[in-house]
Ligand binder design. Structure first.
Ligand SMILES: [Zn+2]
Length: 405
């Protein structure tokens, strides 16, 4: 498996190097088809006999990944593709379901050129197998099985509409007044991580003790990731089960976390404070929070609405007066016109909710009951009945993290 993952990385890097030199020469990038012809030549050549030992499909998938990375780059969604490093995110993917056999009763899976492998089951695999990804994470190999199945369009069990404001001090504030404490997983592990990293710096590189300490560092990184994932999953599961429609602000996380350093001609201000905020934002995992909310709401028959965030924290929900003076401190909100007072994050959540309801009204979604309950007192818990339209009854579900023994 290490070798297969290595071959995929090699193919990706080799193709990327080719694309880069073409780009420097001013030529266009090669298509997937042209690259896969190169792949055939590499496999048949005498220079790299080991490439022939790896299964062909995962190698082709590596080229497809590269093509997608480039199209994301050209569409402005991502940075220029970079070379993959050894030992980081090692994985390979089998796209052909005809070559995969899954024997759940005996906890084993058949993969091309690997044969039957036993695995530790994390959950039942439902539906038809589409593709399988094998990945390496801190000493463990994981197999992830993507399946496809028909699901009945669900009706939302809950009937509430809610607005959520995301923040640094409070991770998420709901328009009904509930809030989630900050994630802070990184902070909790920061000390241990720093200590381990310092210890690593003192060791002789690539010595036995260096490898041992490096594993400790990796372990702490994994713990941080696990804590974050667990927290986010718990939060998004409970929110999506208890609400039919969730309104969030349409945050551009990448813009917000952009470095404040600026350029040499126009140096940025508050660089240190901003970089600390950046770390707090990225540590919080807002983007992942939104992604999970989106798909879990779809599973439950609900819907996520993203609204423009401009001025949500400065507008009075009672009288609509918008002013920066409405917010004397970070946490407090007091309307200078009508005297309405509440926690600033909750005010943000209420405003996000009313903007979401406006979106629904503009669409003409049958929200008469809901808006009647919310227009006058949008910050009160709303218990109106809503009919939800969720497009796409077919549900692609990723079965995650069954462990290969
Ligand atoms: Zn007011």
């Amino acid at each position: 498996m290490v070798r297969f993952a290595g071959c995929c990385r090699f193919v990706y890097n080799e193709a990327l190097a080719e694309q880069k030199t073409r780009y420097e020469r001013g030529e266009g990038t090669l298509s997937y088809l042209a690259l896969s012809k190169r792949l055939t030549a590499w496999r048949q050549g005498v220079e790299r006999p080991w490439l022939k030992e790896a299964p062909i499909h995962p190698l082709q998938q590596a080229l497809m990944d590269l093509e997608r990375a480039y199209s994301n780059f050209f569409a402005g969604r991502a940075a220029l593709p970079r070379f993959k490093r050894r030992g980081r995110g090692e994985s390979f993917r089998y796209p052909d379901r005809k070559q995969i056999k899954l024997d759940q009763a005996n906890s084993r899976i058949f993969l091309p050129k690997l044969g039957w492998l036993r695995y530790r089951n994390s959950r039942e695999v439902l539906g038809e197998v589409r593709q399988v990804t094998v990945s390496h994470r801190v000493g463990k190999w994981l197999v992830s099985i993507q399946t496809e199945r028909e699901v009945v369009r669900p009706m939302p069990k809950a009937t509430c509409v809610i607005g959520i404001d995301l923040g640094v001090v409070r991770f998420a504030t709901l328009s009904n007044g509930d809030f989630l404490a900050p994630l802070g997983s990184f902070k909790r592990h920061e000390g241990a991580l720093r200590k381990a990293q310092q210890a690593l710096n003192r060791k002789v590189r690539f010595s036995r003790n260096w490898h041992k300490t490096r594993r400790t560092v990796e372990k702490i990184h994994t713990q941080i990731g696990n804590c974050r994932r667990d927290f986010l999953h718990q939060a998004t599961t409970s929110i999506s089960q208890n609400h039919a429609i969730v309104c969030v602000e349409d945050l551009q996380v990448r813009n917000m976390s952009r470095s404040a350093a600026g350029t040499a001609s126009a140096p940025g201000r508050n660089v240190r404070a901003k970089s600390r905020l950046n770390r707090a934002i990225l540590d919080q995992g807002w983007f992942e929070f939104r992604r999970q909310l989106q798909y879990k709401l779809t599973w439950n028959g609900g819907r996520l609405i993203a609204v423009p965030p401009q001025g949500t924290s400065r507008t009075c929900p009672a009288c609509g007066h918008e002013s920066a003076e409405n917010r004397p401190t970070q946490a407090a909100f007091r309307c200078t016109l009508c005297g309405f007072e509440d926690h600033a994050d909750r005010v943000g959540a209420i405003n996000i909710l009313s903007r979401g309801l406006q979106v629904l009204r503009d669409e003409g979604t049958d929200m008469a009951d809901a808006s009647a309950g919310c227009a006058g007192a949008s910050w009160r818990r709303c218990t109106a009945r809503i009919a939800c339209e969720v497009s796409g009854a077919q549900d692609r579900q990723q079965q995650e993290s069954a462990e290969v023994i």
